[in-house]
Design a protein around this ligand. Sequence first.
Ligand SMILES: NC(=O)c1ccc[n+]([C@@H]2O[C@H](COP(=O)([O-])OP(=O)(O)OC[C@H]3O[C@@H](n4cnc5c(N)ncnc54)[C@H](OP(=O)(O)O)[C@@H]3O)[C@@H](O)[C@H]2O)c1
Length: 325
Amino acid sequence: MTSRRVLITGASSGIGLATALRFARQGAHVALLARNERGLAVAAALVRAAGGRSLELRADVTDHDALRRAFERASGELGGLDVVVANVGAAAYGRFEETPAEDFRRVIEVTLLGNVDTIREALPLLKRSRGSLVVTGSAAADVPMPLMSAYTAAKYAMRGFVDALGAELRASGSPVHLALVEPGPVDTPFWVHVASEDGGLPPSLPFAYDPDEVALAIVRAADRRSERTTVGALMLAARAARGIARPLADRVLARASALARSSGAERRGTAAIWNPSGEGRLHGGIGGRPSLLVRGATSVRGAAAALGGTLAGLAAGDAEDGASR
Ligand SMILES: NC(=O)c1ccc[n+]([C@@H]2O[C@H](COP(=O)([O-])OP(=O)(O)OC[C@H]3O[C@@H](n4cnc5c(N)ncnc54)[C@H](OP(=O)(O)O)[C@@H]3O)[C@@H](O)[C@H]2O)c1
């Protein structure tokens, strides 16, 4: 079998890096796109160690010319692309009224428009290869995140964009498979790289998943085994709660917002919306777990392992689950 040609944006850290390693273990040729040269070099070395071939593409997804050149180089050197994962995301943290307007705009530029432009570059190439386009959204499109209003807006908009684009592709008989993966909280460096006017960090997330769980969902989506995946049954429950008892659910959100404000932790490192931040690290150090149903959909043994991880987490004092639909 010829190796798959894959381009992943946001591949120097977290979910993008975990996805690159999953494809690498299948022997894929992986083009890694991000801004941080050092993080890209680490990611490329990890990809090679995992059995794949790598191509480092240093580009900012908000720079149209750089993005176009990166796609041209990737399709030239890899001889086309079979899979593109539009995965870049970064956030600003703080109350809307205290968030500088330029930070708000930049979150939308990076997290929404950067991915939209990635998709614009990807579609013609994927049409040629009858390939797959996977977009990393967020469960924030269901459960709004107080103190991250720009990020929430970007993820709501991304879901709307993907749904509209999907209808267009279906109507035109496009051979491109379009999929959206929407994770709940994930243990990646994302959380320490939020821009924050007062330097405060979001509190540690009690229900975080391991980035490899999202990577598994992305690879399955690229294999055309799903069009929409939510990683995190808790997110499905929160979505249902908002549908059934919205006033109560919104009061809980407001309370969570007040508690989150008082977490007191200080931001380390750079604000990813403005500066290269990916350092070739998978985890953010908040502890991530397997997702029961993402694993369960793959194998009985995987589900058992995930259940073990979940029970261990419960024994350690917090609750978690995972789901896909
Ligand atoms: N972590 C979570 O809890 C969570 C939950 C739901 C959804 N997500 C989504 O998952 C995706 C990946 O996030 P993550 O958690 O893996 O975060 P992460 O570890 O901070 O990784 C973000 C990646 O995006 C790259 N990036 C950021 N801005 C960029 C830009 N302007 N141009 C090019 N690359 C850029 C970063 O690399 P450079 O800095 O080197 O450019 C890095 O490789 C995002 O779409 C995020 O919204 C995350």
